[in-house]
Design a protein. Structure first.
Length: 43
């Protein structure tokens, strides 16, 4: 989480907003990663 907050700060995003949105962003990233991994396994 520290790295994500540092990245948000570098991009000019408020740390409180980043901390609030991070779980949602992480969930989407994991879903997409899983979809890509399944595609490579089946492709």
């Amino acid at each position: 989480m520290g790295a994500a907050l540092s990245l948000a700060s570098a991009l000019g995003i408020n740390a409180l907003i980043a901390a609030e949105l991070l779980p949602e962003i992480e969930a989407v990233m994991l879903r997409k990663l899983n979809e890509q991994m399944e595609g490579r396994r089946n492709g």
